[in-house]
Write a protein that binds this ligand. Structure first.
Ligand SMILES: C[S@@+](CC[C@H](N)C(=O)[O-])C[C@H]1O[C@@H](n2cnc3c(N)ncnc32)[C@H](O)[C@@H]1O
Length: 307
């Protein structure tokens, strides 16, 4: 049945789902399936046994997968940077963390230095801020994460707790709410580092995404406005203002065609302040994926302004 799922891995997924039902590992299932096949040939007892109830749960899972529901939602979890993250909680779903996004973790870890505060805008499952907090493992750094979606905040909180990290999550709409609340939690100081993997697909493109994404993942996690750049423009404006300290870093994930446009947005001066792009990192597939920029003040522009 799973052969009908586009870009699926029928055998691997069938084993993964069975492992979930039987509360074991995929490699255990592969091994037992092989041993059972050999025993069957020898007219011996099978090793793989399954109750009626387990069989019904398994069939239901397979049916969901044939309707192109991502396997991560069916089993309720995924892995990111070597850690397990829930992606579903009762009726709530968050964006399934992507491998490409692990590049943002690496870039953030390279830039953390002596930073005392890290803000993530749009946490989803919390995979980014939780992973960075766990990897940094320093009590003197404040980690704060925001999301517009109350379901995402609940899931991120659970994931952070499961990984024994201390992240402060806040329900907040970065496009429409004042940032006072966020700054206040950071002891009324601008942040040293702001990270985000914001929604960056244009509204029109969202409708043409593959079924597995378009029909199952939350639209609020995907839709970056008419040109896909809405969140970069807003974050850029806020970071040139009070959100980021001078000399601080903004690190964002981008769509693979957006490096040039985001660079222009970041480097455009507002009152003599700009986000000077330091690097554009590629993901594991070789596509532009992560932009890092430093907040700098162009003293010449400032002097000119007040001359
Ligand atoms: C692309 S997902 C990234 C999730 C997670 N950080 C990751 O990398 O897997 C973007 C997230 O931004 C959140 N978001 C969308 N609009 C927002 C807004 N106006 N303010 C804050 N968060 C928002 C979505 O709910 C979603 O969780």
């Amino acid at each position: 049945m799973l052969e009908s799922v586009p870009e699926g891995d029928p055998q691997g997924e069938a084993e993964m789902l069975l492992a979930e039902v039987l509360n074991t590992t995929k490699s255990d299932i592969s091994n037992k399936a092989y041993q059972s096949f050999k025993r069957h040939q020898d007219n011996d007892n099978d090793l793989l046994t399954i109750s009626n109830q387990e069989w019904n749960i398994y069939k239901d899972m397979i049916l969901r997968r044939t309707k192109q529901e991502p396997i991560q939602y069916i089993i309720g979890k995924t892995w990111f940077y070597g850690r397990q993250f829930s992606v579903i909680d009762s009726n709530y779903r968050v964006l399934i963390p992507r491998w490409d996004t692990e590049t943002l973790v690496l870039t953030a870890l390279q830039n953390i230095g002596n930073s005392k505060s890290v803000l993530e805008v749009g946490v989803g499952s919390g995979c980014l801020i939780t992973t960075i907090c766990a990897e940094v493992n320093r009590m003197d750094v404040r980690f704060i994460g925001t999301d517009i979606d109350a379901g995402a905040i609940a899931i991120a909180q659970k994931n952070s707790y499961a990984h024994n990290t201390n992240v402060n999550f806040i329900l907040h709409d970065i496009l429409n709410q004042s940032i006072d609340q966020i700054i206040k939690i950071n002891h009324c100081e601008p942040f040293d580092i702001v990270i985000s993997n914001p929604p960056y697909i244009s509204t029109k493109e969202v409708e043409s995404l593959e079924v597995q994404v378009r029909d199952f993942e939350p639209k609020t996690a995907l839709d970056g406005g008419s040109d896909g750049l809405l969140f970069y423009k807003k974050l850029s404006m806020l970071c040139k203002g009070e959100l980021l300290k001078t000399g601080g870093k903004i690190i964002v994930e981008i769509g693979y065609t957006q490096a040039q446009q985001v660079t222009v947005i970041f480097q455009e001066e507002i009152d003599g302040v700009l986000l000077q792009v330091d690097s554009v990192e590629k993901d594991m597939s070789g596509n532009d994926r992560i932009i890092t920029a430093t907040k700098v003040v162009n003293t010449k522009s400032v002097i000119k302004q007040f001359a």
